[in-house]
Write a protein that binds this ligand. Sequence first.
Ligand code: HEC
Length: 134
Amino acid sequence: MRKAVLVVTLFVGAVALAAPPASSPALLEKGKASFTLNCVPCHGVAGAGDGVAAAALNPKPRNFKVDAFKNGEKPENVFKTVSEGIPTTVMVAFAHLTEEERWSLAYYVLELRGPGVGKPVAAAPAADAKKKKK
Ligand code: HEC
């Protein structure tokens, strides 16, 4: 029991103090593995928001390549989204993953987002397309 309390305390402290580690090929590999396990059912293999569960969801999982990120798209923003989730949606918090794994996911999501941000590769919702142009 004491151990559990200690773990929770350390964990909360770690989230508050987290500074982004540098990205690296090894970290991205880790991110890919975790993404395949935890995120692909909704976001799809390439992050296009077309996983097997996506059709049944509203709001739809974000298409990383074309949709705006409402929480921001710096690594620390995506880390926060993964850690805390998006309230009232099925995008739940992945706080049970280690901090390193959540950073690896943040970098991998941005890798999938790629340099083509704002250049739609698939039909994007009109509202998002407009937002990108500003
Ligand atoms: C059960 C389905 C589901 C799973 C699993 C899931 N997501 Fe999501 N995700 C969503 C939905 C739905 C949204 C859009 C929510 C909204 O519109 O606010 C979303 C949004 C996002 C966003 C956009 C955040 C922003 O600022 O707009 C990111 C980044 C993200 N997810 C990353 C992940 C990662 C990384 C994983 C795996 C660890 C994951 N998601 C797992 C459904 C899911």
